[in-house]
Design a protein around this ligand. Structure first.
Ligand SMILES: NC(=O)c1ccc[n+]([C@@H]2O[C@H](COP(=O)([O-])OP(=O)(O)OC[C@H]3O[C@@H](n4cnc5c(N)ncnc54)[C@H](O)[C@@H]3O)[C@@H](O)[C@H]2O)c1
Ligand SMILES: O=C(O)C[C@H](O)C(=O)O
Length: 340
C-alpha cells in the first residue's frame, strides 16, 4: 500500500515536471467581471499556465496587477481595448476563455441576454479569428446555446473554423448535478460523476442519472433533482437579487474545463468532460451543436461519445431539449448572417 502511494507520488511529480516545461498562454476575455476575476485567480494558481492575458473593456489591468502578485510562475498582463490591446491579449493563446457579457437579473431567461451578448461574442470571435485562429475557444457568455453557434459562424466566415476547438462550457451543470445528488445520497460529490447532455438553459439541460452507476431516484425525488439541475442557475440569480448570476461556482467550473484541456494537450489520455460542441449526434435532425461526453486531446475534441442507453423518462427530457436547442442554435446562426 505504502509502496503504491510512493509510486503514485513519483508519477505525479514526473507528470508535473513534464507538463510544467511546456508553454501555455491562457487569455480571459471579460477578466474584470464577476466570473472573470475569480477565473483569472484560478488560472493563476494553475501550474500548467505559463502566461495569463487578462482583457476587459474595463478593469483588466487592475485584476492583472492584483493576481500578478501571487507567487506562482506564470506571467500576468492586463489589456484594455486601447490600440492593439485585444489583439495582443489573444496572440499566441492556447486557450481563450470568454466570460464577457451581461448576466441575468431575476425574471429573465438566458435568451433575454441574447440582444446584448450576441454582438459582444460576435466581435470577440472576429478578433480571435484574426489573432488566435488555432486557439481552443471556451464560451461561457450566455445564452451558450446561441453564443457558440455565433462563434462558429464568425470563424467560418473567416475560413478558420475548427470544430474541434470550439466549446460551450456546460461544466457548471455537471458540477451542480454531482453536488445535488450527493446531498440526496449523503455521499462525497467527488465520487459522483453525473453525465449532463443537451445544452445550457432550462429544459435543454438533461441530467442522465441512469448512467451514474448508483441507486436511481424515482417519482418526486427524481423530478426535484432534474428541476434543480435544470434551474440551478435561477436559484443563484434569485438569491443574488439583482446583483447578477453564478460567478464563483462558474469560475471553478471554467477553470476545471480549462485544466482538462491543458492536461489533454500535454499528453494525458482519457480526459473526458461533457461540453457543448459541433456534434454529429443529432445533425440529421438539424441540431448542429450538442453537449455530451467528449474526450479531449492535443487537437481539442478527440472523440464525441454517443448518448448511450437512457430511460423513457430521460428520453422525454431529451425530446423537449432538442426542440428548444434547435431554435436557440438557429437564432445564433441567423444573427451572424443578418449582422455579420
Ligand atoms: N456558461 C455558464 O455556465 C455560465 C455561468 C454563469 C454565467 N454565465 C454568463 O457569463 C457572462 C458573464 O457573467 P458575469 O457574472 O461575469 O458578468 P459581469 O457583468 O460581472 O462581467 C462581465 C464582464 O464582461 C465585460 N465585457 C463586456 N463587454 C465586453 C467586451 N466587448 N469585451 C470584453 N469584456 C467585455 C464587462 O466589462 C464585465 O467586466 C454572462 O453572460 C452570464 O450569463 C455563464
Ligand atoms: O443562470 C445564469 O444565468 C448563469 C448561468 O448560466 C448558470 O447556470 O448559473
Amino acid at each position: 500500500m505504502i509502496a503504491s502511494r510512493q509510486l503514485f507520488g513519483a508519477i505525479q511529480r514526473r507528470t508535473f515536471s513534464v507538463s510544467a516545461r511546456q508553454a501555455s498562454k491562457v487569455t480571459v476575455l471579460g477578466a474584470g467581471g464577476g466570473i472573470g476575476q475569480p477565473l483569472s485567480l484560478l488560472m493563476k494558481l494553475n501550474p500548467r499556465v505559463t502566461e495569463l492575458a487578462l482583457y476587459d473593456i474595463k478593469g483588466a489591468p487592475g485584476v492583472a496587477a492584483d493576481v500578478g502578485h501571487i507567487n506562482t510562475k506564470s506571467n500576468v498582463k492586463g489589456y484594455t481595448p486601447e490600440g492593439s490591446g485585444l489583439k495582443d491579449a489573444l496572440t499566441g493563446a492556447e486557450i481563450v476563455l470568454i466570460p464577457a457579457g451581461v448576466p441575468r437579473k431575476p425574471g429573465m431567461t438566458r435568451d433575454d441576454l441574447f440582444n446584448t451578448n450576441a454582438s459582444i461574442v460576435r466581435d470577440l470571435a472576429k478578433a480571435i479569428a484574426d489573432a488566435a485562429p488555432d486557439a481552443n475557444v471556451l464560451v461561457i457568455s450566455n445564452p451558450v446555446n446561441s453564443t457558440v453557434p455565433i462563434c462558429a459562424e464568425v470563424l467560418k466566415s473567416k475560413n478558420v473554423y475548427n470544430p474541434k476547438r470550439l466549446f460551450g462550457v456546460t461544466t457548471l451543470d455537471v458540477v451542480r448535478a454531482s453536488r445535488f445528488i450527493s446531498q440526496y445520497k449523503g455521499t462525497d460529490p467527488a465520487d459522483e460523476n453525473i453525465v449532463v447532455i443537451g445544452g445550457h438553459s432550462g429544459a435543454t439541460i438533461v441530467p442522465l442519472l441512469s448512467q451514474s452507476g448508483g441507486p436511481e431516484l424515482t417519482g418526486k425525488d427524481l423530478d426535484d433533482f432534474v428541476y434543480r439541475v435544470q434551474f440551478g442557475g435561477d436559484e443563484v440569480v434569485k438569491a443574488k437579487d439583482g446583483a447578477g448570476s453564478a460567478t464563483l461556482s462558474m469560475a471553478m467550473a471554467g477553470a476545471r474545463f480549462a485544466e482538462s484541456l491543458l492536461k489533454a494537450a500535454q499528453g494525458q489520455k482519457g480526459v473526458v468532460e461533457p461540453t457543448f460542441v459541433d456534434s454529429p449526434l443529432y445533425k440529421d435532425e438539424g441540431i448542429d451543436f450538442f453537449a455530451s461526453k467528449v474526450e479531449l486531446g492535443p487537437n481539442g475534441v478527440e472523440k464525441i461519445h454517443e448518448v448511450g442507453k437512457v430511460t423513457d423518462h430521460e428520453q422525454k427530457l431529451l425530446e423537449t431539449c432538442k426542440a428548444d436547442l434547435k431554435k436557440n442554435i438557429e437564432k445564433g446562426v441567423k444573427f451572424v448572417k443578418e449582422n455579420p
